[in-house]
Design a protein around this ligand. Sequence first.
Ligand code: C5P
Length: 217
Amino acid sequence: MIIAVDGPAASGKGTLAAGLARHYGLPHLDTGLLYRAVGLAVAGKVDQPDFEPAAIATAQALDAAHLENIAALTAADTGVLASKVAVIAGVRAALFDFQRSFATRPGGAVLDGRDIGTKICPDADVKLFIQADSKARMERRARQLEARGEVVDRYALFHQIEERDARDMLNPHGGFYQAADAHLLDTTQMGIEAALRAAIAIVDKVMALKAGGHEPS
Ligand code: C5P
């Protein structure tokens, strides 16, 4: 079973995807980490003429070592860098195969990102699109960062998330929209446990219908 989980920055899609992976015993790939790793590696080259070729070369050579420094990868500034390399077609092409082979491993997988249901796994068994309003997303991300000791300027964080949303929406190479066959889950008013229960209910229902059975009650 392949489960595609898409949604905007800090929508909770990563936490939900990890929870779904645990629940169904599937491997999980946070595809945002790949873009973050590329962005971090070329952070010193932003606005320089060799930014694009350096980002493409990094994406082509990406390996597990690039994904080790989770604290640096998940920092708020790295999200902005990721969105800058994510508009480069050569970067997306280089990361496509990695994501596709993860998704098509025997037994299936859960992938979360922006274009999983539209571009990486248009054939996914279940597609979820996670939404939450900008303020709720900012507050969740702020608490995550504070939980690991970072000092958070909520005003700056809100604008950073909006900046990233805007760049992602305009990305000409992405498929950053809800796939026609994706199930929308708005988590603005939900805690993580409730959101995970709702996501599991959607997956169970879709799979039961696919199997030709009855919807689980
Ligand atoms: O999901 P996360 O916030 O970690 O993603 C960081 C950035 O990476 C996004 O803002 C987006 O620009 C890019 N991204 C992407 N396609 C994906 C996942 C992330 O372009 N599948």
